[in-house]
Write a protein that binds this ligand. Structure first.
Ligand SMILES: CC(C)(COP(=O)(O)OP(=O)(O)OC[C@H]1O[C@@H](n2cnc3c(N)ncnc32)[C@H](O)[C@@H]1OP(=O)(O)O)[C@@H](O)C(=O)NCCC(=O)NCCS
Length: 160
C-alpha cells in the first residue's frame, strides 16, 4: 500500500526483520504511552497470538513513523489494540491511513464489528475514530488505571 513516499507494510512473523521492527516500535511506544497503557513489554507475545496483526508505516529512508495493531478474537468481531504516529509526523494523514488499512484487514475477515478502547482525554484519537465512523458504546471506569477511564467504541458493518 503506497502513500506518496510512505508505505504501509504488514509485519510478517517469519520475516528476517521481525525483531528489528518490534524493537523500533517498542521505542516509539515507550515515548508515547505511559507504562500502564503501553504494550512495550508484551508486543512480541501479542503478535505471536494467532488472529492478530500489525501494520506499520515507513518513510523513504525506512524509518517507522507509525503503526496499528489489530486482532480478531472471534469470527464476528475484531479490535484495534494500538495506534500511534510519531509526534514529528502527526497531522499529515498517517494515522487515518493506518486506521483505514487496519479496518480493511479486519473486513477481509468478514467481522461484523470492530471495537476499541480509548482514553476520552485523547482528543486526537477520539477525533480520528469519530471521523472514520466509530461510535461511543460506553464509559469504562478505571480501565487504564484507578484514575483513567476509557470509552469503548465500535464500528459496525452491514452483513454482506
Ligand atoms: C491519534 C493519532 C494516531 C493521530 O495520528 P495523525 O497521523 O496525527 O492523524 P491524521 O493526520 O491522520 O488525522 C486524521 C484525523 O484525526 C483527527 N485528528 C488528528 N489529530 C487531531 C488533533 N490534534 N485534534 C483533533 N483531531 C485530530 C482529525 O479528525 C483528523 O482529520 P482532519 O485532518 O480531516 O481534521 C496520533 O495523534 C497519536 O499517535 N496520538 C498518540 C497516541 C494515541 O492517542 N493513540 C490512540 C490511542 S491507542
Amino acid at each position: 500500500m503506497e502513500r506518496g513516499d510512505l508505505a504501509v507494510v504488514e509485519l510478517q512473523r517469519n520475516s528476517t526483520n521481525f525483531a528489528k521492527v518490534i524493537e523500533e516500535i517498542v521505542k516509539i511506544e515507550k515515548k508515547i504511552f505511559p507504562k500502564h497503557e503501553s504494550l512495550s513489554r508484551s508486543f512480541d507475545e501479542e503478535l505471536r497470538k494467532r488472529n492478530s496483526g500489525l501494520l506499520y508505516m515507513i518513510d523513504l529512508h525506512g524509518e517507522i513513523v507509525g503503526y496499528v495493531m489489530y486482532s480478531w478474537p472471534t469470527s464476528l468481531s475484531a479490535s484495534i489494540t494500538k495506534l500511534a504516529v510519531k509526534e514529528s509526523h502527526r497531522r499529515q494523514g498517517h494515522g487515518e491511513a493506518l486506521l483505514k488499512a487496519a479496518i480493511q484487514k479486519c473486513r477481509t475477515r468478514n467481522v461484523h464489528r470492530i471495537s476499541l478502547h480509548v482514553d476520552p482525554l485523547r482528543g486526537a484519537a477520539m477525533g480520528l475514530y469519530q471521523k472514520l465512523g466509530f461510535q461511543v458504546d460506553s464509559l469504562i471506569k478505571s480501565y487504564y488505571s484507578p484514575d483513567r477511564d476509557a470509552f469503548r467504541m465500535y464500528l459496525d458493518f452491514d452483513p454482506k
